[in-house]
Design a protein around this ligand. Structure first.
Ligand code: NI
Length: 136
């Protein structure tokens, strides 16, 4: 168990009220839990910005119409070309036409980003979103 430190923070009343409302909306047990998560998110973001070579784990979610010309095949080809970076793929048929594909990616940040952008920008992809988590 890491040592916990306490410190005082002064903020405007309105800001604190907005923070409390956010904590409640998101279901945090208390301000400390919410604040710790905000700090960790900012630190992770800073690591991703400052260290392009950092190792990351990531999730890429794509929504596409599988009737779009050759798209399923194209996405499959791209994933095979970068097999080392793709840990797992989950494919869900949302309806008769629409597919949701979720990929977990791993590797050097720039490499993972390039791969994700390539997949996301494939012709016919309707929406794509990526989340990266620094491992270093
Ligand atoms: Ni499908």
């Amino acid at each position: 168990m890491p040592e916990l430190m306490r410190f005082g923070v002064s903020v405007e009343r309105e800001l604190l009220e907005a923070f409390d409302a956010l904590c409640e909306k998101r279901g945090f047990a208390n301000r400390s839990d919410a604040f710790r998560q905000l700090i960790r998110r900012e630190l992770a973001e800073e690591t991703l910005q400052a260290k392009p070579n950092t190792r990351v784990a990531g999730v890429l979610a794509l929504v596409y119409n599988h009737h779009a010309s050759d798209l399923s095949h194209t996405l499959n080809e791209i994933q095979h070309e970068s097999a080392d970076a793709v840990s797992a793929t989950l494919h869900i048929h949302l309806d008769a036409h629409t597919c949701l594909e979720v990929m977990t990616l791993r590797g050097q940040k720039t490499e993972v980003e390039t791969l994700a952008e390539k997949l996301r920008s494939a012709r016919g992809v309707e929406q794509g979103k990526i989340f990266l988590y620094p491992l270093d």
